[in-house]
Design a protein around this ligand. Structure first.
Ligand SMILES: NC(=O)c1ccc[n+]([C@@H]2O[C@H](COP(=O)([O-])OP(=O)(O)OC[C@H]3O[C@@H](n4cnc5c(N)ncnc54)[C@H](OP(=O)(O)O)[C@@H]3O)[C@@H](O)[C@H]2O)c1
Length: 181
């Protein structure tokens, strides 16, 4: 059965975007990453928040703009939104219900990962007890403002068990399993 993975590039101070949703901050860290290369063929589907789908692209102006993993991956994407557009888009299914989108993404992924894109959607996976793993690619930078990896006003403790630590030329990655209480 598919596992649900939140994989994301994060600043050292815990932000996944810069101020105002800026994603150009990531450009210096987009180079080759053997761990990402290994992960990509293990992804069977994407579960995407609408803000991520519509948002700034670190590959702007380059080949791979608008594509998952800068063009490194292709397959079915399920975009969670209250505003499904009427025009069809290749490989993209808009779903106006989180639970239905997750179920469809899991069915499409088969034995591979559902890769979650978007902090809000990852939080909903967590709250539903459906987030299995987290892969953090730590970029050596601090941003001071932006979208947090995990935002829960009032706080919430989520325990993680470390599976691996990998040094790559441009980032340090930590792969965790979510401890389900
Ligand atoms: N650093 C990285 O590696 C990385 C990777 C991916 C994304 N990002 C960035 O992360 C940011 C997005 O994260 P985010 O947390 O702000 O947003 P998000 O999770 O991408 O999307 C949230 C949006 O999804 C829709 N949605 C959420 N739950 C829903 C539900 N239950 N039913 C229907 N629609 C629902 C809503 O959009 P509507 O109401 O408008 O439809 C909501 O505003 C973007 O700026 C993106 O560029 C960074």
């Amino acid at each position: 059965m598919a596992k649900v993975l939140y994989s994301v590039t994060m600043s050292v101070d815990g932000f996944i975007t810069g101020s105002g949703g800026d994603m150009q901050w990531m450009r210096p860290y987009l180079g080759p990453n053997p761990e990402v290369d290994e992960l990509v063929p293990r992804i069977g589907s994407l579960l995407v928040g609408r803000r991520s789908h519509d948002g700034d692209d670190p590959h702007k102006g380059e080949p791979g703009e608008g594509e998952a993993f800068g063009g490194g991956w292709s397959g079915p994407a399920y975009v969670v939104t209250h505003r499904p557009p009427s025009a069809p888009e290749s490989d993209v299914t808009y779903v106006d219900d989180f639970a239905k989108a997750l179920a469809q993404a899991k069915a499409a992924a088969g034995e591979r990962y559902v890769n979650v894109i978007g902090a809000n959607i990852a939080k909903q996976c967590l709250e539903a007890g459906e987030l299995d793993e987290v892969l953090l690619l730590f970029a050596p930078v601090m941003l001071g403002d932006g979208t947090r990896l995990f935002d829960h006003p009032g706080g919430r403790t989520v325990r993680l068990e470390r599976k691996s630590v990998t040094e790559t030329p441009l980032a340090t990655s930590l792969w965790f399993e979510v401890v389900k209480d």
